[in-house]
Write a protein that binds this ligand. Sequence first.
Ligand SMILES: C[S@@+](CC[C@H](N)C(=O)[O-])C[C@H]1O[C@@H](n2cnc3c(N)ncnc32)[C@H](O)[C@@H]1O
Length: 282
Amino acid sequence: MDSTEESEMIKILLQYQHGFFISKVLLTASELGVFDLLLESGESQTSTMIAERLNTSPIGMERLLETCVGLKLLRMERKGDKDYFGNTKFANLFLAKSSPKSQYNYLKLFSEIGYSSFQYLTDAVREGKNQLESIHGPSTKDFFQAMYSSEEKIEKYFSALGNTWSLFGREVVSAFDLSHFPTIYDLGGGSGVLAKECTSLYPNSTVTIFDLPQVVERANKHFVASKEHRITFQEGNFFKDPVLKLTCTFWLESCTSGMRKVCAVVYKTSQSLQTRWWSVDS
Ligand SMILES: C[S@@+](CC[C@H](N)C(=O)[O-])C[C@H]1O[C@@H](n2cnc3c(N)ncnc32)[C@H](O)[C@@H]1O
């Protein structure tokens, strides 16, 4: 092996070894509100000013900000004998809370749950089973049971999903022309983000969101406006309850392994009704 090849490999090694540093820096700055403060203030600020406003130690904030500059999340300019920090376009677009494409809630969910869950990856591989009980406490059998254990958690989960759809929701619902389908069933439709995209893109379609009772209750009350008559709800458990009421188009997204199981169950039932299917992998 020549020395160029080895130094390339060392570069990759260092990137992989320290990869989580990057996401943790991003999550920390986001959680502390650095990007929101800099967007709202509209002008660059010194690390001391930022630390004071965000109630952190001056030295800790200074180091965090400098690292963010290295990652191109922030920019820094020297004025007089002081360094001033401001958001990059990237931070304004994706990291500040008030941006329509903000990923703040998604980052927060990952910071609070995703990051710590990955500590159990070795155990999961060794044992060949999920680590929900270690992550969320004893008797947690199901991911959604953990996510829906309080109103606040439901809110957090769907706000996070909503963030990701703000990036590519429109592309997903327009990937196939669904305009000739008057009724669309969104299985596991959650808060209705995609249902709203559908009704906006297909003015002649109505969407029925099928989801667990606690999600339907919340979505009906808080996520989908009552004047939105083209979105309706059906609550149930698609592993146990009948889903089909009429001949319609099914649209499944998030075909994770669990959802594939669902596809199989519903597809079998629907064949007798000559239902047409679209499946969109996320
Ligand atoms: C990954 S989330 C996607 C939510 C929504 N489609 C979105 O992208 O925002 C999967 C959805 O499936 C629902 N779900 C999971 N298991 C279910 C079941 N057994 N019966 C009905 N809905 C279920 C969850 O409540 C959740 O809303």
